[in-house]
Unconditional design. Structure first.
Length: 148
């Protein structure tokens, strides 16, 4: 997991060969004005979902993991808190290969971190994360899906 400000995202370009394309896309697009939807950047290897997500309490948030993709999550309108538990500490769950997700409801995260607009969080396949914890009914966010 990585948490930092968007101005520093370029410093992580060497982490994955597709990260520089995320930086370039962000430099050329205004997250606040983009309509919700899926935007392909490099086909199925790199795309971004702009969504309006329901704000949840820590008890409502569901821990998830991904096998093939890395998430770069960026809150746009409001602060978003993420629950975190290392995947090795999580019980096995049912994997949905089509959506590349395993959801583990009913588990509390080991710790929580908050990103405000202008920040990002990166979750790798080894990172269990519970997104969308927010003190607002709905928040706009970007989720870049990057092939691991």
């Amino acid at each position: 997991m990585i948490i930092d400000t968007l101005e520093n995202l370029k410093n992580y370009a060497s982490v994955n060969p597709l990260f520089p394309k995320v930086v370039e896309w962000l430099e050329n697009n205004d997250l606040e004005s983009i309509e919700p939807g899926k935007y392909e950047i490099e086909g199925k290897d790199l795309f971004v979902n702009i969504q309006m997500a329901k704000g949840k309490t820590p008890d409502e948030a569901v821990i998830e993991t991904h096998d093939k993709m890395i998430d770069i999550q960026i809150p746009i309108t409001d602060a978003e808190t993420y629950g975190y538990t290392a995947r090795r500490e999580l019980p096995p769950g049912e994997y949905n290969a089509e959506k590349d997700i395993t959801k583990l409801p009913g588990l509390a995260a080991d710790c929580y971190v908050t990103c405000r607009p202008g920040m990002f969080a990166v979750f790798f396949p080894q990172d269990g994360h519970a997104p969308c914890i927010a003190g607002c009914p709905e928040l706009k966010k970007a989720i870049f899906k990057v092939k691991a």
